[in-house]
Design a protein around this ligand. Structure first.
Ligand code: COA
Length: 276
């Protein structure tokens, strides 16, 4: 269904067409990420930016597991650096990381809700990818971690920054220093995972349920909630509240507001259209 052709990801809409699923499709490498993979994830999402029928994105590992279940085992350690870049020139690494950071930030700022559906390993850059999604649904057999230290490096795709802000400095330091794997259950307790479930049918059902809810939701409200909660909270409460008030005003321009109120008054089901 995707208009663009991708090598590292697969894209499909659900039956109702109100959410899109982007599957990282490199099962032989446990869905390891190259800059191309990250670019494709973002470009696959970008196709739905102005498509008012698609109101939620799910990012996941492919269902066609060939080795072990994985969301992503992180940066592709076998992949050469970008064109013209040399590993012995420090600034080339900085530029390479900057290119990747760009995609992580674009994914983080995507104007519609993004769910990370995690079944299996979410390590390194894969763990960092979950940090730029809005909701994380993980199976009980999943593990999160930053194994980079064992390779003489560290999480450089926002991991030191976003993880510390998410679960606290102490826990993030433990993950980075010791490369400890943290169970999905623990990550739920620490506030990183949003929902925990069994793998298989229960996982698929829960992902569908949450994505459908958001896919049937009022697009503008969801966009403003995302910006206010994720970015408004990075400023003082006063500035965040001003941001919220302005957002509330902007939201009133959406036809979904009228629909939501009329549906309540007429005691009928709400049918949001994603009116922007
Ligand atoms: N980059 C490239 N290939 C990777 C990879 C990565 N990050 N992670 C796994 N793979 C490949 C392996 O090379 C292996 O390929 P092969 O079967 O052709 O040899 C395949 O995926 C399966 O991995 P394997 O190590 O056999 O599975 P496992 O279940 O024993 O271990 C991990 C899984 C994730 C613990 C282990 O693969 C690992 O530590 N990967 C590296 C994780 C990492 O350091 N990420 C951060 C990178 S900066």
């Amino acid at each position: 269904m995707s208009e663009k052709k991708f090598e590292h990801v697969e894209v499909e809409k659900n039956e109702e067409g109100n959410y899109a699923v982007i599957s990282i499709n490199r099962p032989d490498k446990l869905n390891a990420l190259t800059t191309q993979t990250l670019r494709e994830i973002y470009e696959a999402m970008e196709q739905f930016e102005l498509d008012s029928s698609v109101r939620c994105i799910v990012v996941r590992g492919t269902k066609n597991v060939t080795k072990k279940a994985a969301f992503s085992a992180g940066a592709d350690l076998a992949s050469p650096m970008g064109k013209g870049m040399k590993p012995n020139i420090p600034v080339h690494w900085t530029i390479s990381m900057q290119q990747k950071h760009r995609y992580y930030s674009l994914i983080e700022q995507f104007p519609k809700p993004v769910i990370a559906a995690v079944d299996g390993y979410a390590f390194g850059g894969g763990c960092e990818l979950t940090l730029v999604c809005d909701i994380i649904i993980a199976t009980k057999r999943s593990f999160f971690g930053f194994p980079e230290i064992a390779r003489g490096i560290f999480p450089g795709n926002g991991g030191t920054q976003r993880m510390a802000r998410r679960i606290g400095v102490n826990r993030a330091l433990n993950m980075c220093y010791f490369g400890e794997r943290v169970s999905a259950e623990k990550m739920l307790e620490w506030g990183h995972v949003s929902y925990l479930c069994d793998d298989g049918e229960e996982f698929e059902k829960l992902v569908h349920e949450k994505a459908s809810w958001l896919g049937n939701g009022p697009t503008t409200s969801l966009l403003i909630i995302k910006k206010a909660v994720k970015f408004g909270t990075q400023a003082s409460i006063e500035i965040g509240n001003q941001f919220e008030m302005l957002g509330f005003g902007v939201n009133s321009g959406s036809s979904d507001v009228n629909e939501g109120i009329q549906a309540f008054l007429k005691r009928r089901e709400t049918k949001f259209t994603g009116g922007m």
